[in-house]
Design a protein around this ligand. Sequence first.
Ligand SMILES: [Zn+2]
Length: 61
Amino acid sequence: MHDQGDATPPDDPPASHRITLTERGPFVSPRCACGWYGPARRSRPLARAEAAAHLTDAHAA
Ligand SMILES: [Zn+2]
């Protein structure tokens, strides 16, 4: 059966952004499920803030 048109993936799936903080020694780097990752920081709040900024960017784009 050919049933096209129903299985088109959405352009911007809302659940594709998921932040994970990866600790590496004294550094923490944020990563997103979409493939984005931020620079390693020695400050966890800073890494979180940058991850939050990425989420905001992703929503605004
Ligand atoms: Zn993302």
